[in-house]
Design a protein around this ligand. Sequence first.
Ligand code: WTA
Length: 661
Amino acid sequence: MSGEDATDGNLEARLREQAYFRPPSKFVGQANATDPAIYDEVGDFPEGFDRYAELLDWDEQWDETFDGSNPPFFEWFVGGQLNASYNCVDRHLDERKNQTALLWEGEDGEQRNITYQDLYREVNEFASALRSVGVEEDDVVTVHLPMVPALPITMLACARIGAPHSVVFAGFSASALAERVDSADSDYVVTIDGYYRRGEFLDHIEKTDEAMAELDDEPEVLVWNRHDEPRADVADSYTSVDDLLADHRRDRVEPVSRDAEDPLFLMYTSGTTGKPKGCQHRTGGYLAYTAATSKYVLDIEPEDTYWCAADIGWITGHSYIVYGPLALGTTSVMYEGTPDHPHKGRIWEIAEKYDVDIFHTSPTAVRMFMKWGPEYPDEYDFDFRHMTTVGEPIQPEAWLWYYKHIGDEDAVIVDTWWQTETGGHLITNLPAIEDMKPGSAGKACPGIEPAIVDDEGDPVESKSGQAGNLIIQRPWPSMLQTVYGNDERFIDTYWRQFSDVDSDDWRDWNYKAGDGAVQSSDGYYRILGRLDDVMNVAGHRLGTMELESAVAEVEDVAEAAVAARQHDEKGEVPDVYVVLRDGVEVSDDARERIVSAVEEEIGKFARPSSVVFVTDLPKTRSGKIMRRLLEDISNDETLGDTTTLRDPSVPEQIREQVQSD
Ligand code: WTA
């Protein structure tokens, strides 16, 4: 690996020559997991997972590691009791109360250094404030906050009093917020007046106002303030958190002992229908698994400065900014803004300023950094020991660029495959034990049993390099408990296709990931992407049906279909194909209304990349829209089979139109 520079010209040659990259010996020398025996120890099902639970402090020891008697409603650490907030905050006070827990950097360079003692105080005060407005154990609290300290403080305060939080990513629109409040029967919404994005102060309360207008039963709204001076134009019916906290200074709230199986939070995610699903996560198994993977996969030590540059509004931030790292008592960095504001070296400037040891980002961000060029990271003096990617497949070229220009060929990289539903990493390498292989997520995590099957559920020969559906054959502690309020949907979405759903034996139940994968002869898995109608736009998960229902609500639209187009930087982007109602002319105005409908129903991050007006959509004789053919058109690929279409000439017509546009 030493010697000549990796200019773009020889990247490919270098990848061809070198399939594997060994972890640097300085990394291996200090890593948390160095003995391959961990695979056997944790893999001793189910008790092997006890060593994960032992990383936590329990109020009551569990009687049984795993109860599989009522599949697929599996239970973990049954009979155990604990509190997540206690585990992430209180238990660190003896040893490190003056150590920074959260290092927050505002977009404009503002900084807050929150020690474990500060966090303890703030979480207690807000927990007390929540109680004072009526929040009780098991009430779902919807949290619509951006990347400010109020977000983890709110989450931990909820956890302290046993109220499951449901965090809705701040970029989601008012309608998306209203839908999630309604779906979770949530009587409380915690929000903020605004936050900074690319130098602009975004009005966030506006979204709350609009969401409240859409709801029949208006929840109690608590508003944090981004500045010391609260805004004057906030509705009287909302409660100012600053005012509320003034009455709860120095309050202490005893952490509520929760059953291991009590829900810790809901996280809504996109699926194959128009309605997002509330993935419900348990307290004990989730916290045990995220703490353990933070320790063994991310290699976090309490002394580290760790930075996961994701948003807490998605699962990555829940598991690997808040719960896992804080359970281990480390220092976790949070950044409010975007990587290119006020300049394209912002990330590396922060890395240098805080002397970050472990860095975590998405392939989309890596591709963006790569496009901007190495001069930005080169300008700053930072030294990562460990780097992560998550959320999408990373192309070997982007991997190599990350390895060289960000990691200085001296940091390990883990490519972590997992999902909102899985709670924590399931496929990735333990970095001191397995070599890195660009483009492959790697091996199954200890105790996890993936397999690849064909559409009928028959096994594809293992290590054969053949593609198929990725399934997980054995339960694991951080798997979702159910889809909130909808057990049937839980079974239908994740289990029915590859399980014997009549069986009482958990061994007959296989979790369907919805991703395609291949396993090569070395046992490494490469993830191919979603096989269902879910897209991955810049690492944000979006359902094509959600987009389609947003577009279908536009007055002049008769029909719409969404196709995923491959995009160099964002991975995928949505193309919308629209049939207008009879007599309606194609116009810029119609296009505008379609784009704004998506922004209003979902959020700006879901904005269609292009809107194509067509006279018909490719449909089967039974009327089913063949999105796959639209995808072929969007990606300029050979058209798939058109013989089952009602009118086989439709795709060709659309293609001609797209090409002439
Ligand atoms: C994709 C994000 C390839 C995959 C944690 C999965 C990945 C979906 C990887 C879940 C990876 C996640 N390589 N693809 N390392 N990690 N994915 O729920 O398609 O936002 O099903 O969770 O992201 O997205 P979600």
